[in-house]
Design a protein around this ligand. Structure first.
Ligand code: HEC
Length: 262
């Protein structure tokens, strides 16, 4: 009996701790949710700008190639350029970066402007350099972060705008951590990033922290699943096909059994 009571006490106390730790991100309406949801193109473009000008200083996106920005469903897709490698916008975006290439004839590595076939360059040469520059914490790769975290887009959006004063009596476990309502354990090594006007949007949209968080979240949700729109369209086509096929099968059945007693 005593063992049973201890077990119950332990269980209830751990669930109480878990409940206290876990703050659920508020549920938001995203343009890309639901069976017909598509990415808001203007928001994707602004989100790319936020990633490039803010997040890329610390976070890599190893699975992204510049040409993907111009593929069907991508932020800068243009019908006139079915092959994104020919798209002048994508060429210009790539050329804004310096990429290490080589070795040349003398065996030396050299820098050259980016091409559409290049990956997004990483901010640090390796994980240890990334940790050393961020007080021991590793900024995770953002390629599939929206799929990699429970809560997905809602969590990311809430995290980016979730910095606040630590409640009375809460102390950081070590220096260089910031209190964030939505981060597991609350103390995060990433300083608040999205301060008012941190970027100047090329399309004139006002860069409030909420707007920037929404845009970069949309961009990262697309990066996590760049073929989402094609997948949904195909799924819809398949359903229509199956409905028509069922109808035809039923009519064929009627026809075949028309004069047969059954
Ligand atoms: C100054 C460097 C820096 C910048 C700039 C930065 N981050 Fe971070 N980020 C970090 C570090 C360090 C961590 C790891 C935090 C930890 O583990 O405590 C992190 C963690 C994260 C995480 C993971 C949180 C989790 O649940 O584990 C996400 C998502 C994230 N950053 C998104 C972003 C986005 C989006 C931007 C751009 C708006 C951005 N970061 C800009 C340093 C940075």
């Amino acid at each position: 009996m005593r063992v049973f009571l201890i077990a119950v006490a332990l269980l209830t106390s751990t669930t109480a701790i878990a409940a206290e730790e876990e703050v659920h991100a508020p549920n938001q309406d995203w343009s890309f949710e639901g069976p017909f949801g598509v990415f808001d193109r203007a928001s994707l473009q602004r989100g790319y700008q936020v990633y490039r000008e803010v997040c890329a200083a610390c976070h890599s996106m190893d699975y992204m190639y510049f040409r993907m920005l111009g593929q069907e469903g991508g932020p800068f897709h243009d019908e006139d350029y079915p092959n994104p490698n020919d798209n002048p916008v994508i060429k210009a975006l790539s050329a804004e970066f310096q990429i290490e290439d080589g070795p040349d004839d003398l065996g030396d590595m050299f820098m050259r402007p980016g091409q559409t076939s290049d990956r997004f360059p990483a901010p640090y040469p390796n994980d240890n350099a990334a940790r050393a520059a961020n007080g021991g914490a590793h900024p995770p790769d953002l390629s599939v972060i929206v799929k990699a975290r429970g809560g997905g887009a809602d969590y990311l959006d809430a995290l980016l705008t979730g910095y606040e004063e630590a409640p009375e009596g809460e102390e950081p476990p070590r220096a260089g951590l910031y209190y964030n309502e939505y981060f597991a354990g609350h103390w995060i090594a990433m300083p608040p990033q999205l301060t008012e006007g941190r970027v100047t949007y090329e399309d004139g949209t006002e860069a409030t922290p909420e707007q920037m968080a929404e845009d970069v979240t949309t961009f990262l949700a697309w990066a996590s699943e760049p073929h989402m729109e094609t997948r949904k369209r195909m799924g819809f086509g398949v359903i229509i096909f199956l409905i028509i096929l069922s109808g035809l099968t039923f009519l064929a059945y009627k026809e075949v059994w028309r004069d047969v007693e059954h």
